[in-house]
Design a protein around this ligand. Sequence first.
Ligand SMILES: Nc1nc2c(ncn2[C@@H]2O[C@H](COP(=O)(O)OP(=O)(O)OP(=O)(O)O)[C@@H](O)[C@H]2O)c(=O)[nH]1
Ligand SMILES: [Mg+2]
Ligand SMILES: [Zn+2]
Length: 337
Amino acid sequence: MAKRDKLTQKQKRQIQKTRQRKTNKGSDSQQLGQLGAQMKGLMVSRYGEQADVLCLDSSETYRCFLRQNLGAPVPGDTLIFRLDPNNIGIIEAIEPRQSLLQRPSPHQGLKPVVANIDRVFVLVAPLPDFSAILLDRYLVALENANIDIVIVCNKCDLHQEIKQQSIKQQLENYKILGYPLLEISSLSDLGKEQLINYSNNRQAILVGQSGVGKSSVINWLFPEQSIATQIVSENSRLGQHTTTASQLFCWSKEGPNNGFIIDSPGIREFGLWHLEADQIADGYREFKPLIGGCKYRDCRHTKEPGCAIIAAVKDGTISEARWNNYKKILSNNAPNL
Ligand SMILES: Nc1nc2c(ncn2[C@@H]2O[C@H](COP(=O)(O)OP(=O)(O)OP(=O)(O)O)[C@@H](O)[C@H]2O)c(=O)[nH]1
Ligand SMILES: [Mg+2]
Ligand SMILES: [Zn+2]
């Protein structure tokens, strides 16, 4: 994996150099004279080599092209851009980031997802079937990125499904661990105020499995929006990957002063192979205070003698379900162990 990464980085640098040479000679610099003054903007959404940027002075949104040697701007980024005479923008720079949420992708290494986020709403639901291990994967990644987490259970109107799956019982355990847990239904208009209270003045993102209702929640919070949503497949009980690009929504018409919330595409698997074994253990917040008490310094907390985590599982202080998920994630990350 590391070898492939190195090669990719090298290739990337080569491509960037070639592009830079072309850019220096090419159309960008010829147009420079016709471009307006530099302005500050907020990246709303990205579509390949183009992006929608909200101007922080005028509150207008402009379609912009990305300068080729720019790097990879993502929603939530503050940008410097200029407009050409047709009001088409060119993004020239990305301002330093307060935070960056990244996700490992098999071919591109760590891929930036969103920037300047200070809260993540992890959306779960009784349909598609609730997966505690997927929730744990999100939590491990977010704990390691040191980002504030709120768990939101949507579709609370589906009482029958909730009973069948005991999702409520499983989520109670996360509440005990200190994660705020909101119960909402975008369909039945339940829990809106609470969700708004948790979102106001925050720079937040909604993440979660495809079909849990992220885009529906955005449509519910911002009734003037009409983002595409799609029914969960009856056969597979899975979402249909309706949203393909993250999109940012500001609470105030004037811009991001009262915070924003980002809708994101659902993902099937949240890989954690960018994390070492001890970081995965650190992602389990109830393990953290006990880890120093293990007999061996390199304890993996799976079957080692004198392990403080295993002792806590045995005496019921740590949930066995969480420990089992931890072991599964660990063995997926290093299949030869
Ligand atoms: N019963 C019920 N259904 C809901 C609720 N919220 C959303 N849905 C339905 O769930 C389905 C999926 O919703 P989406 O908003 O497209 O889900 P998503 O998380 O954005 O999915 P991706 O874009 O694929 O990641 C749609 O059929 C919605 O109508 C709810 O509160 N209750
Ligand atoms: Mg969606
Ligand atoms: Zn241990």
